[in-house]
Design a protein around this ligand. Structure first.
Ligand SMILES: Cc1cc2nc3c(=O)[nH]c(=O)nc-3n(C[C@H](O)[C@H](O)[C@H](O)COP(=O)(O)OP(=O)(O)OC[C@H]3O[C@@H](n4cnc5c(N)ncnc54)[C@H](O)[C@@H]3O)c2cc1C
Length: 411
């Protein structure tokens, strides 16, 4: 027999969006239970804190909002109501003051997510928020009750309002696996296909290159794809290439690859050197040294950079040492890398696609499922890394929480 319990609001998903919704609801006097399939809350938030928890960004709000691309009009009100300054104050109030890094990104001074999450969970607990972990939501029964699979068997929950904050589909081992898509699609909710965002790409490296350079960073390079050029770092992976500069171009690259099957990205290995200076360096006598040594000394190329040049030369049936200084300089300025596909969503930092904004009212309530709200990465937006992902997750969670409160007060 399934157990049936009553709760005023069920928040499903204990990530930043769900926890923020729960906080707003509890502050508004609602009786809230947060359900999550995992044995503990906020696993992806903790992972996000591994390399420094980039909570938000300090750039002016209009610039900040533009990072959400086509979704900007849909997220504007949410982010304006809970802007980066409010997020920083909120973190401060949890005993986690923030600072602005040299790139304008905002981090907690502790850098990690764990002290922030711990303090937040304590505060939610004092506000009366209940947690039901190891509860995997699998949809609704025929009476509209929420169905959860738990270690003790199925559990049915009759909620006055529900906030869905189930995340995207990247890093599924942290809990967000995108299984909700089928449940909502079955209810007629329009969902844009979940796709990798801030992801790597596949490249058919030669065995020699892959074995030698897997895991090696390409530092201080400039990447060009179509009209976009940006500086940063990329990392060679077994299956291709990833890293900050790649993530920043990933939306454009992904969409182009969907259309054409593959795309070429150009990497400038020495973007700071003028072409004539580069040619002059490459025209120096080589002496008896190997060609790789010559390149390393004359142009300060790293072994992985030289490896990339060799891959490109081989693909065109040429040998590097046969190129003129001018042709070699051109290659160093734009090594073509053929991207054969997008890396799997499981390895991406975040997810593009999700519940279409047409399906939501201004409170992020699903028009076709009155009393059910949605927030966070499960909505159809994407953004680069830089704190925009967490900011939108927190801000949309707050909107859904306020919306659910309004709904409870009306009904
Ligand atoms: C490695 C990595 C680093 C990152 N670094 C940053 C960063 O520095 N800055 C930044 O802004 N963003 C970063 N992000 C992205 C950020 O963590 C996410 O955008 C954010 O966590 C999304 O919040 P959310 O609440 O929507 O979803 P999630 O945090 O994914 O939470 C969703 C929750 O729902 C639960 N759930 C899913 N399905 C079910 C179900 N059927 N039943 C019950 N529970 C379910 C999951 O277990 C999970 O706890 C990073 C992501 C990764 C993977």
């Amino acid at each position: 027999m399934s157990r049936v319990s009553k709760t005023h609001v069920a928040v499903i998903g204990a990530g930043p969006a769900g926890l923020m919704a729960a906080e707003v609801l509890a502050q508004g006097g609602a009786y809230v239970t947060v359900y999550d399939s995992m044995p503990s809350a906020g696993r992806k938030l903790l992972m996000a804190g591994r390399g420094g928890l980039n909570l938000t960004h300090s750039e002016p709000l209009p610039q900040f909002l533009a990072r959400y691309r086509e979704a900007t009009p849909h997220l504007k009100a949410a982010v304006e109501a809970f802007p980066p300054k409010a997020l920083r104050d909120w973190s401060d109030a949890l005993g986690q003051p923030t600072f602005v890094g040299s790139s304008g990104r905002v981090f907690p001074k502790a850098f990690k997510a764990s002290p922030l999450l711990r303090a937040w969970l304590r505060r939610l607990d004092s506000a009366g928020v209940q947690f039901a972990l190891r509860h995997r939501w699998t949809g609704w029964d025929e009476s509209g009750r929420l169905v959860f699979q738990t270690p003790e068997g199925p559990r049915l929950v009759d909620a006055g309002a529900t906030v869905l904050a189930l995340g995207g589909a990247s890093w599924p081992r942290l809990g967000s696996d995108g299984a909700w898509v089928a449940m909502l699609a079955a209810k007629g909710v329009k969902i844009s296909t979940l796709r990798p965002a801030n992801s790597g790409f596949t490249v058919a490296w030669s065995d020699i290159f892959r074995d030698r350079f897997e895991g090696q960073p390409l530092k201080g390079v400039a990447l060009t794809f179509g009209p976009h050029t940006l500086r940063g770092e990329a990392i060679v992976t077994r299956a291709g290439i990833e890293g900050g500069a790649i993530y920043a171009l990933s939306a454009e690259l992904r969409e182009a690859i969907v259309k054409s099957g593959q795309e070429t990205l150009n990497i400038a290995l020495r973007p700071d050197l003028e072409i004539n200076g580069l040619i002059a360096r490459l025209s120096q006598p080589k002496g008896k040294q190997s060609f790789s040594n010559f390149l390393r000394k004359a142009v300060q190329l790293s072994p992985v950079g030289i490896g990339l040049l060799q891959e490109a030369a081989k693909a065109s049936g040429l040998s590097l040492s046969s190129l003129s200084p001018a042709a070699l300089a051109d290659l160093i300025n734009a090594v073509p890398i053929r991207l054969t596909g997008t890396a799997p969503i499981a390895r991406a930092i975040s997810t593009a696609g999700g519940i279409s904004f047409d399906e939501l009212d201004a409170d992020f309530m699903l028009r076709g499922l009155p009393g059910t709200f949605a927030a966070g990465e499960m909505l159809d937006w994407e953004a680069p890394t830089g704190g925009y992902l967490l900011q939108a997750s927190f801000a949309t969670g707050a909107v859904a929480g306020r919306g659910a409160l309004k709904w409870l007060n009306q009904s």
